[in-house]
Design a protein around this ligand. Structure first.
Ligand SMILES: [Zn+2]
Length: 503
């Protein structure tokens, strides 16, 4: 049996179904890129048939990342599978994830069908997905947790014979006990030829309604499952899905008894957790395992003393392994270049000396405006530096705005080394700024989508602007951040312009 555990991340599909926490396409791309850095094997990018927005997200994520397999979810319906195949066209590795409910409750009430008919529909869906010439087809037996094992084995056997190479066994309602779920996985491993001979692998997909998602997933892995479906911070509907970071650290800490290889770079766990939490506006509970604020904080005096003498006294993990430095330093304008570099490395970001110089310069400017800089600020500065080569740069921006005055903006741009200035009025400070900018940059462009987000808290906080600008029928995504919301917005607009195809 394979000794590699595949991490299938569904933060952007199942995880994103939390009411009020939906991400727009720009944010999904940002998360997908971070997941790629984290080392996930498969990114479930969406359910293309569910909405044009979801379809578009799968397309854009496919373009934005290179290494992970991109997966699209479907029902056992041909038009869903058509949409998934089309949405995946730009992905380097494509996977269609199709399936159907197999518990008696689903068969009777959801499909008004019979067990035999469900098997036929499952087989037809898998064969149709295979006919789309994607790299892999995964089959899910929805509500497998409540499906009896003998029937489930027949469904799985039929799906494998039809061409599925990954079989997902979801505990959709989060009801299974760990022993029961593990026994289910073992039963399938022993009763389905295609699993025993390695033609297909089993995948876990557990929900946390009774707080057992991680335990069930581990029970599945110990009994032979070789893919885990997880989300960052365990986000998801109701009580959420299995946490990626928990499974990764369990396998790492218990490597001697569970010798499975995996691709997750655990030092990137903490920054990924912070990014997902801030983009989804979903705080992580303080005592959450691995990524909670208190996960490594030893408050009792005796414990502190023990930790200082030898961290192994009370800690089973090194905080550095999850990308968290044990001394969570707040940085200020007095912090040196070395301290900044140390902080970046502990956040899982490697920089060369030139990049460090640029980030340090930006760091000092920001520390001037905001006294204390935390990890989110550092991550933002590092992210802003990735687009280092810029054709168009914002030199200065002066805006007059407020109630009872006509907003007016004066802008100075550096375009390929040459200085240009313009001024304009508008119905607001951003409108005035963009109108002034358009007097310098004569390209046909339209702002399509924009979100403004505070990084942490306080009126002196840094704001991050995500923007989508259309030019020549193409959409471009840009980011900007500053303590000034108008400057951040104009920077995001310019970031889009810098990505335009040459005329
Ligand atoms: Zn689910």
């Amino acid at each position: 049996m394979s000794d590699r555990l595949i991490f299938f991340d569904t933060t952007l599909r199942d995880g994103e179904q939390v009411p009020g926490c939906q991400l727009n396409t720009i944010e999904k791309i940002e998360v997908a890129r971070q997941l790629e850095q984290l080392g996930v094997d498969v990114i479930e990018a969406g359910f293309p048939a569910s909405s044009p927005g979801d379809f578009n997200s799968v397309v854009e994520i496919s373009k934005a990342v290179t290494w992970p397999v991109i997966c699209a979810l479907t029902r056992a319906v041909e038009s869903d599978i058509d949409a998934a195949a089309q949405a995946l066209q730009y992905a380097r590795y494509k996977r269609i994830h199709t399936g159907i409910g197999t518990s008696d409750e689903h068969i009777r009430y959801k499909f008004n069908s019979t067990r035999e008919e469900i098997i036929e529909r499952a087989v037809a869906a898998v064969k149709y997905a295979v006919s789309k010439k994607v790299d892999e087809v995964e089959f899910y037996a929805e509500d497998a947790g409540r499906t009896d094992n003998e029937y489930l084995a027949r469904v799985v056997d039929a799906a494998v014979k039809a061409g599925a190479t990954i079989i997902n066994i979801p505990d959709t309602t989060g009801y299974c006990l760990p022993d029961e779920y593990g026994a289910k996985i073992r039963y399938l491993m022993e009763h389905v030829d295609g699993l025993a001979n390695g033609k297909a692998i089993l995948s876990t997909h557990c929900h946390n309604d009774l707080g057992m998602a991680t335990a069930n997933t581990m029970s599945g892995v110990l009994n032979g499952a070789r893919q885990v479906e997880v989300t960052v911070n365990g986000v998801g509907e109701r009580a959420g899905n299995t946490s990626l970071e928990e499974i990764a650290m369990i396998i790492k800490c218990h490597h001697a008894t569970i010798p499975l290889d995996f691709n997750i770079k655990t030092t990137r766990i903490y920054p990924t957790s912070r990014m997902v939490s801030s983009l989804m506006s979903m705080p992580v509970q303080f005592n959450k395992a691995i990524v909670g604020r208190n996960a490594f904080a030893h408050s009792s005096g005796i414990h502190q003393d023990g930790v200082l003498k030898n961290s192994q006294t009370y800690e089973i993990m090194d905080p550095k392994d999850v990308g968290l430095d044990d001394n969570n330093i707040v940085m200020t304008a007095r912090s040196g270049r070395a301290a900044l570099k140390h902080r970046l490395v502990s956040l899982g970001i490697k920089v060369d000396p030139k990049q460090l110089d640029r980030i340090y310069e930006a760091f000092l400017k920001l520390a001037d405006k905001k006294k204390e800089l935390n990890d989110d600020d550092i991550l933002m500065l590092a992210g802003a530096d990735t687009a280092a080569i810029k054709h168009v740069k914002l030199d200065s921006l002066q805006v007059t705005t407020g109630k009872g005055v006509t907003p007016i903006a004066a802008i100075r741009l550096n375009v390929a080394g040459e200085e240009f200035e313009a001024a304009s009025t508008g119905n607001g400070p951003l409108d005035a700024s963009i109108k002034a900018l358009k007097q310098i940059i004569h390209r046909k462009m339209t702002l399509k989508e924009m979100t403004i987000q505070a990084l942490s808290k306080g009126s002196d906080d840094v704001c991050k602007v995500h923007m989508q600008v259309e030019n020549d029928g193409h959409l471009y995504y840009g980011f900007g951040s500053d303590t000034d919301i108008v400057t951040a917005s104009v920077e995001a607009y310019i970031d889009c312009i810098n990505k335009f195809k040459p005329q």
